[in-house]
Design a protein around this ligand. Structure first.
Ligand SMILES: [Zn+2]
Length: 394
C-alpha cells in the first residue's frame, strides 16, 4: 500500500512502477512512519541460471526445515489457486459483482501485499498459499499479515480499491482530488495522525487512511465494499461519510464500463524471485534491526539476562515467552496506561523481534518474568507516549 517508487530517500525499487504498496508503520515523535521493509533492499544478485526444480504443494510438506529454507521462491510450485486463497478471491469477485463492478483485478503471488502503479491487480504474499509456508512465516515474523479469513478479506478489499482506482483512473477526477487529495503526492516519510479525526474511515489499522490520499481512497473503498459494513449508520455525521458516498457515486458511473487501464502484468512475482526463503527472512529481519534504538536493547538485556541460571540450567526463548503472553501483557498495559491496544502491541512486537535477534533467554519463575516484562512494556509505552524518542518498527 505504500509507494515503492516514491520512497522518501529517493531509492527506486527494482519494480520502479510500484506504488500503493502496503507498508509497515513505525512510530516516533508522536508521528507514524511508513516504511516498506524492502526500502533497504539490496540489488538483485547476479546468479547463473540454475536448473529450476519446481516443488509441488505435497513436496513442500515433505521438506525438512533446512531444506525448505534453502528453497528459492521461484521453485515453490504454489499459486493463488490454493485451497485457502482461491475462495477468498472468489468472495472478493462476488462482492465486486454485487456492488455493480464488472472489472476483476487479477492476483498473483509476490513477497508482500501491494497493488502496483499502472497495473490494476493485487500481489499477495506467497506464504498465504501454503500452510507450511504460513507457519514458517508465523515462526519467523510472529504474525501472518492477512493470515485469518477476515483479515485477508479486509486487505483484499483494500488492494481492490487501489486496483479499481488504477483501472478507471479515478484519481484524475476533480471530485477525487477534492475529497481525498492529490494521488501523485509523494508518500510521506512520517505523518502525524489525528486519532480523533472523523474525516477518515477506520479499516485496516487505526489512522492508516491518514497516511496518503491513495490509501485514504483504498480504505474508504474497502469499508464501502464490505458486505454488511453498515457504513451509512456507522459513519453517519462523520465528514468521512461524504467520501463513502463519493465512492458509491464513482462506481455507479464506471462500474459497468470497461476499464481504461487493462494490464494483466504481474510485478515482482515469486516465479521470478531467486532468493531462497532463508535470504528472504534474513533481509526482512535485517531491516528491522536498522531502526532500533540502542537504549531499548540495554533494557531488554537487563530484563532477560542471557545467563543459564535457571533450574537445571534450563532456559526458554524470551521472544517465545513474550509471544505466548502477549495477549495478557498488552491487555494489562493498555488498561494501566489507557493507551490504544494497537500502540502497546507495536512496542511489544518490537520487544519480541529484538529478543529473537539477540537470542535472549528467560529462566526462573514465569510469574516473575511476566512481572518484569509488564514493567518494561509499561515504561516503553510511556516513553513512546510522552518522550517521543522511541521508534517502533512493525
Ligand atoms: Zn494501500
Amino acid at each position: 500500500m505504500v509507494s515503492k517508487s516514491h520512497k522518501p530517500n529517493g531509492r527506486i525499487a527494482t519494480a520502479a512502477k510500484k506504488k500503493k504498496q502496503r507498508g509497515r508503520i513505525t512510530q516516533g515523535d508522536n508521528s507514524v512512519r511508513v516504511v516498506g521493509w524492502r526500502e533497504g533492499r539490496k540489488a538483485p544478485r547476479k546468479t547463473t541460471r540454475a536448473k529450476r526444480l519446481i516443488l509441488g504443494p505435497k513436496e513442500i510438506d515433505k521438506l525438512s526445515e533446512d531444506e525448505l529454507l534453502d528453497t528459492r521462491l521461484c521453485d515453490l510450485g504454489i499459486s493463488v489457486d490454493s485451497d485457502w486463497l482461491k475462495p477468498k478471491l472468489e468472495q472478493l469477485y462476488s462482492e465486486l459483482s454485487k456492488r455493480g463492478i464488472r472489472f476483476r483485478p487479477h492476483a498473483w503471488l509476490s513477497d508482500e501485499w501491494f497493488s502496483p502503479d499502472g497495473i490494476p491487480g493485487i500481489a499477495i504474499p506467497f506464504c498465504l498459499a501454503h500452510p507450511r509456508l504460513k507457519s514458517l512465516e508465523r515462526r519467523r515474523m510472529y504474525e501472518v499479515e492477512g493470515g485469518t479469513a477476515s483479515w485477508c478479506m479486509k486487505i483484499l478489499r483494500h488492494e481492490a480499491g487501489h486496483a479499481i482506482d488504477t483501472a478507471y483512473r479515478l484519481h484524475r477526477k476533480a471530485a477525487y482530488k477534492k475529497a481525498f487529495g492529490n494521488y501523485f503526492d509523494p508518500y510521506p516519510d512520517t505523518y502525524r495522525p489525528n486519532p480523533n479525526s472523523k474525516k477518515y474511515v477506520l479499516h485496516l489499522e487505526p489512522w492508516y487512511s491518514q497516511s496518503h490520499p491513495a490509501e485514504d481512497f483504498a480504505e474508504t473503498f474497502a469499508v464501502w465494499l464490505a458486505p454488511r459494513s453498515g457504513w451509512r449508520k456507522e459513519y453517519e455525521g462523520w465528514p468521512a461519510f461524504q467520501k463513502l458516498e463519493l465512492v458509491e457515486d464513482f462506481i455507479a458511473k464506471v462500474g459497468q464500463t470497461s476499464p481504461k487501464v487493462y494490464s494483466r502484468a504481474k510485478a515482482d512475482p515469486i516465479t521470478r524471485n531467486r532468493d531462497t526463503l532463508r535470504e528472504h527472512y534474513r533481509e526482512r529481519h535485517a531491516l528491522y534491526t536498522e531502526r532500533r534504538p540502542i537504549s531499548f536493547d540495554h533494557d531488554l538485556k537487563r530484563l532477560f539476562p542471557a545467563k543459564l541460571n535457571g533450574r537445571h540450567g534450563r532456559t526458554t526463548s524470551a521472544a517465545a515467552f513474550l509471544h505466548q503472553n502477549r495477549t495478557e501483557l498488552s491487555r494489562v498495559v493498555s488498561q494501566w496506561t489507557r493507551e490504544y491496544r494497537y500502540n502497546v502491541n507495536q512496542v511489544l512486537r518490537e520487544m519480541i523481534d529484538r529478543c529473537r535477534e539477540l537470542d535472549l533467554r528467560t529462566s526462573g519463575s514465569p510469574t516473575e518474568a511476566k512481572q518484569r516484562a509488564l514493567v518494561m512494556l509499561t515504561v516503553q509505552t510511556m516513553n513512546y507516549l510522552h518522550g517521543g524518542h522511541h521508534r517502533v518498527a512493525l
